[in-house]
Structure formats: C-alpha cells, structure tokens
Design a protein around this ligand. Structure first.
Ligand SMILES: [Zn+2]
Length: 164
C-alpha cells in the first residue's frame, strides 16, 4: 500500500508523483477557498483540473516577472502556443497577474486579458478558429473543454494525434 504520506492530512499515496499531485490540488483548493475573487477561484479550478489530468500547467502557461520584461519578450518569441502571464515582483499568490496574453507562433496576439482562465478561453477559441494543435502540456485539459464543456466532438482529438 501507500508508502508516501502527506504530512498535512496524513493521506497515503503510492508514489512521489501522486504525493506532489495531491499537494498541488490541496494548495489550489485552499487558495480558492480563501479568496472572494471569482477570477482567482476560476484560475485555481483551472490549475486543479490540469493537475488532476496529470498536466503541468506551468509549461504552456508561463509566468514572468514584469520587472524582467526583456527576458519575458525573448521567451515569448520562442513560444509556439501558450499564455504569457506577467506578475508583479513580490506579489502574493492570491493577487491577480498584471497582464495575461495569448501567444501563437512567438507573437503575443492578445494581451490585457484579466485572468488566466480568460486567457485560456481566448486561446481555446483561437486554436479552434485557426485549426491549430492543442498545447502539448494542456492537451487533455483542452480536450476536456472541447468534449465535456463545449460538447464539440469533431475531428480534433488527442488520441488521433496532432498530425491528422
Ligand atoms: Zn494532504
């Protein structure tokens, strides 16, 4: 049985990976409960969904410090599909980002979006309209949006691969 135990709640899981996932989910749930900000609650639920589906949201939703704007710009230029999230230096984890943008092929197509979840909605729409592949580390999350939330069951599925 479980060899890895959560020091906070005592839950036992079978691997280190499962323990990290458990802690990530707990952290988002806690943050969500502490806040009255609906945008932040949505972002927490989105990150929880990614963690639940074993996807690392930090790969395609990249956070930058707005003070390091030049570094952010060159990283954005190398992003194929994803979000750029600008954070104020020293901001609390329950503080909204300064800016959220949608990046496609190294270009920030949209910015001034008010939250990560808003950015993800815009990105989902653009991917659908431009017939692009889903970001590699969010493909199950996006497939959840497509099939469960939007009830769109077209050609584009993860299981068929991105080349079809
Ligand atoms: Zn725990």
């Amino acid at each position: 049985m479980g060899v890895w135990e959560c020091k906070v709640c005592g839950k036992s899981v079978v691997s280190r990976y499962e323990l990290l996932k458990h802690c990530k989910l707990k952290q988002q749930v806690k943050l969500q409960q502490q806040s009255d900000d609906i945008e932040l609650k949505r972002d927490c639920i989105l990150k929880s969904l990614c963690a639940y589906l074993n996807e690392d949201s930090n790969t395609d939703i990249k956070e930058y410090l707005s003070a390091n704007f030049e570094d952010a710009k060159s990283a954005i230029a190398q992003t194929t599909v994803g979000l750029s999230v600008m954070l104020k230096e020293g901001a609390d984890e329950d503080e909204q980002p300064e800016d959220v943008g949608v990046v496609i092929e190294g270009v920030e197509l949209l910015n001034n979006l008010r939250s990560i979840s808003c950015g993800v909605i815009m990105l989902f729409g653009l991917i659908y309209a431009l017939n692009l592949s889903y970001p590699s580390e969010l493909k199950f999350t996006f497939e959840f949006f497509q099939k469960v939330l939007m009830n769109l069951d077209g050609k584009k599925t993860v299981s068929e691969g991105s080349n079809t």
